[in-house]
Design a protein around this ligand. Structure first.
Ligand SMILES: [Zn+2]
Length: 506
């Protein structure tokens, strides 16, 4: 089990005193003896070309040493069997095979603390392990983790690497950076956050010198990219008139240069247009979320395209922000109603399948709280909810996305899993929402695979079924090129040529 330090270790101690000391029963990893010079042959599959949005003519895949070695025509099968030392075969039953999907904004280690109880802390590590398994179960073989305590993330990565835990490939920011007086700087309560996150998650540098120190430290921790906050105002908590301290353009330059020096990308969290524009002006690599106060304009989108700034809207957040506040906010807006519908249609089931039994009650309470009509709403431990801001997410989404799409801005798919009641790797709401906002199934599938990898400059290794790329693959029952629901009918998930889950033995 993961050993923690400092206040997080104290949390473990208190948690274990308050609950039964249970450990998590991990899913069994299918045994798969195949070594470096032996081959896996996957045959009788309809290979989905996500680039062209078509089914390929080939009908099989030859995999060696984690990567795709060849695409094979049906007529070549016997020849391939004769010429190569094939250790294993998977008959795909003429089903559809797609590249492993990805969730490029999520938090594998964050747990909903809505109904916070000390004894629940004991179970947070269990839920973290389950989050990794759930990502794979839903066809995501890659997750970009946009903030989580370094030790916790490192532990999960190592368990996955050692083949002891089923989980995705992980690219992680680890600790995140917000200015002193910026978002989530809660003063004394900052110390408490390490209890919930299993270690330090946030840093609040007060000046240039501290900022440089924090960035060096984050890079030393082995972050794969730098995550910063460029947030203007609260959605909840504090006072409605509060304005956060935001990194200045000069400070963003420091961040950019430090990151570039270590070959890291920079992602900025922004849900208000002021922060987004600062990120765009600075030419940061990625913006997370969409804006709640006003939409991205034509001009914003043009600049993003020119500066190669991509965005991961995390539309799944719309469900969590579809809070029922009676007549307050924008309860009659058609896109608010859409997210409210998504909330009811998907979230209870997600909680049921993706939350460990000990924490289910807390997640269900959260769901009930969102559904219930509460005019004067307060987030526990955080404070007052501002209706026009939380509903602004849905209200502005369509126009933002339309403008971004028109200018060809790279739009990524990520769930913000781990925050609120969103779940890492479960992309169904993302698929529904992008479809709702005018994208075709072909476009959405491309975004969730090759498009995401292009944003992260990882397309040489992942994102499509091509020779030389990792054999990260998902076999689906239905055709995902014509049906956005096909991704929920998974037959088999393969990572690096190794099956992780078989739903039906073939
Ligand atoms: Zn996030």
């Amino acid at each position: 089990m993961l050993k923690k330090t400092g206040i997080a270790a104290l949390a473990d101690f208190l948690g274990s005193k308050a609950s039964n000391n249970t450990s998590y029963k991990r899913m069994t990893i299918p045994s798969w003896e195949i070594n470096e010079n032996e081959y896996l042959l996957i045959h009788n599959v309809q290979i989905v070309d996500v680039k062209l949005g078509k089914i390929r003519r080939e009908n099989g895949l030859l995999v060696k040493n984690q990567r795709i070695e060849a695409l094979v025509m049906k007529s070549e099968l016997n020849q391939v069997r004769n010429n190569f030392h094939i250790k294993k075969e998977i008959d795909g039953g003429n089903k559809y095979i797609i590249p492993g999907m990805s969730d490029i904004h999520a938090h594998l280690t964050l747990i909903s603390e809505f109904d916070f109880k000390i004894k629940n802390l004991r179970y947070f590590d269990n839920q973290r392990e389950k989050n990794c398994e759930e990502a794979i179960k839903h066809g995501c073989t890659f997750v970009k983790d946009s903030g989580g305590a370094a030790r916790v993330i490192d532990y999960l990565k190592e368990e996955i690497k050692q083949n002891r835990l089923i989980g995705p490939r992980i690219m992680a920011a680890k600790e995140v950076v917000s200015p002193k007086g910026g978002m989530w700087d809660l003063g004394l309560a900052n110390h408490f956050s390490s209890v919930i996150f299993g270690g330090r998650l946030l840093n609040f540098p007060a000046n240039r010198k501290q900022l440089e120190k924090v960035l060096d430290r984050t890079i030393d921790l082995g972050c794969d990219f730098i995550k910063i906050y460029l947030e203007d105002k609260p959605l909840y908590g504090g006072k409605e008139s509060d304005v956060y301290t935001m990194f200045s353009s000069e400070e963003i330059d420091i961040i950019k240069h430090k990151a570039a020096g270590a070959s890291k990308m920079v992602e900025a969290h922004s849900m208000f247009i002021k922060g987004s524009r600062r990120a765009i002006e600075a030419g940061l690599d990625m913006i997370a979320h969409i804006t709640v106060d006003e939409p991205y304009t034509d001009e914003d989108a043009r600049k993003m395209k020119a500066g190669n700034v991509s965005i991961v809207p995390t539309l799944s957040l719309g469900c969590y922000l579809a809070m029922n506040m009676g007549d307050k906010g924008f309860p009659y807006h058609q896109d608010f109603l859409f997210f409210q519908e998504m909330l009811k249609q998907y979230i209870p089931n997600m909680i049921d399948e993706s939350v460990i039994p000990e924490l289910k009650g807390s997640y269900c309470k959260f769901y009930d709280w969102i559904i219930e009509e509460i005019l004067e709403r307060r987030m526990p431990q955080i404070g007052k909810v501002y209706p026009e801001r939380v509903h602004g997410f849905a209200k502005n989404a369509r126009e933002s996305i339309q403008n971004l799409m028109n200018h060809g801005v790279k739009i990524g798919i990520g769930t913000d899993g781990g925050t609120g009641i969103t779940f890492t790797g479960n992309l169904q709401v993302e698929f529904e929402a992008f479809h709702h906002f005018g994208f075709t199934p072909v476009e959405i599938l491309r975004m969730a695979t090759l498009g995401n990898m292009e944003i992260l400059h990882l397309e040489k290794d992942m994102g499509s079924i091509e020779i030389g790329k990792f054999a990260d693959l998902v076999i689906l029952e239905d055709n995902p090129l014509s049906n956005i629901h096909a991704i929920s009918k998974i037959n088999c998930v393969i990572k690096g040529g190794q099956p992780q889950i078989f739903y039906t033995k073939s």
